[in-house]
Write a protein that binds this ligand. Structure first.
Ligand code: UDP
Length: 376
């Protein structure tokens, strides 16, 4: 019987889980990886397994892209059968994607303890599908691992027992720390002809930014405008590419030679480019955190963030999506020097270790003492 079953499904999950799987390997806790197939292609999935040295998934549920409800339901059905077969001691879920909620719901109903990594983040906007996933998953979990103190406070305010909440730091940052040198070695900016030049890096894929064509068009024209100030590298998420094609907005992508549209990048190339960028514009959760640690100015094109620590302790500004405001904020950020700042507490590259240590203790505390002694 494996001790941990780690669920992964989408791009940010691979980055977060890599640290936990590695820490489990070092602690000799047996660990099974279940990939739901929420993201299933080479660009959003395979490259992360290769670059982050994640072992191949033990089980692949192969669910694929669907509407939120269909995807969640299909993951639940497939995961129920898998869980029954594997019978782990603890189910570990990360982040806030549909796989996170679907698997925690099945595990809780089947009375398996759930450990939620990145618990307690709240943007207080239920129109964001990820916020629904976060809230529900937290209330189904037995162990809640938080990346920041504000997340701990959110959980306490929602009535979750403090004894189940553990402030451990950020596993996405563990992976950043671990692979930062390897990302530099790829010299991605130089390979793109951007060595020593100022450029902006952009990611967009949140529903609020790409599903409504009026919003999407306004954002794309803003990027074209921005490219008159400096080159803009835009790795296009498949979801955003589909929306652009569907709304016939492709002309914006070729409107300026300095708007460089590329496919989604592998982790090392993306982190390398992010580290050398003068400015990042994004609606990604993880990118807000990574730019904070890299000390690169970040403009978040959303109305809210569930990661306020990146604003109070980092380089992030949450500026919405009004074109004038975005361009004004970009010019302002480019004109400022990033002052040295202390990193958010416990974002030190060791969160995965702390999580595994806690789960190890919980596992062995649950065993009768003679068994624990022989196993330990
Ligand atoms: N990322 C990447 N290639 C890209 C864009 C992002 O490797 O082209 C990485 C990024 O460094 C971070 C993660 O993907 O580690 C963030 O994933 P995403 O923005 O899809 O999800 P979110 O964090 O918003 O949930």
């Amino acid at each position: 019987m494996p001790q941990l079953l780690v669920v992964v499904g989408a791009r940010p999950n691979f980055v977060k889980a890599a640290s936990i799987v590695e820490a489990a390997r070092r602690a000799e806790l047996s660990c099974v990886i279940v990939h739901t197939g929420q993201h299933h292609d080479a660009e959003l999935s395979d490259v992360f397994f290769d670059e982050l040295v994640l072992p191949e998934p033990d089980v692949h549920l192969g669910v694929g892209s669907h509407s939120h409800s269909t995807q969640t339901a299909r993951i639940m059905l497939a995961f129920e059968a898998t869980l029954e077969r594997i019978r782990p001691a603890i189910v570990v879920v990360v982040g806030d994607v549909n796989s996170t909620l679907a698997c925690s719901l099945v595990a809780a109903k089947e009375r398996y303890p759930v450990a939620h990594v990145e618990a307690g983040l709240r943007c207080h906007d239920l129109s964001m599908p990820e916020e629904i996933n976060r809230r529900l998953c937290d209330h189904l979990s037995s162990y809640l691992f938080a990346t920041s103190r504000d997340a701990v406070d959110n959980l306490v305010r929602e009535g979750i027992d403090r004894r189940r909440i553990f402030f451990v730091g950020n596993t996405m940052i563990d992976t950043l720390v671990r692979f930062r040198e390897a990302s530099r070695a790829r010299r991605t900016a130089a390979r793109m002809g951007l060595a020593g030049r100022r450029y902006a890096l952009v990611t967009l894929h949140r529903s609020a930014n790409v599903d409504d064509w009026v919003v999407l068009e306004s954002l794309l024209s803003t990027l074209v405008e921005l490219s008159r100030i400096l080159p803009v590298v835009f790795p296009l998420h498949p979801r955003t590419r589909d929306r652009i094609e569907h709304a016939e907005l492709g002309a914006h992508l070729v409107a300026s030679p300095r708007l460089v549209v590329v496919p989604p990048l592998g982790y090392l190339d993306f982190v390398g480019l992010m580290g050398d960028a003068s400015l990042v514009l994004t609606d990604s959760g993880g990118v807000q955190e990574e730019t904070t640690v890299l000390g690169v100015p970040c403009l978040t094109l959303r109305e809210t963030t569930e990661r306020p620590v990146t604003v109070t302790h980092g380089t992030n500004r949450v500026i919405g999506r009004n074109p004038h405001r975005v361009l004004e904020a970009a010019v302002e950020a480019l004109g400022q020097r990033v002052s040295a700042h202390a990193l958010p507490e416990l974002w030190d590259g060791r969160a995965g270790e702390r999580i595994v240590e806690r789960l190890h203790d919980e596992l062995y505390a649950a065993l009768p003492s003679a068994v624990a002694a022989s196993a330990g």
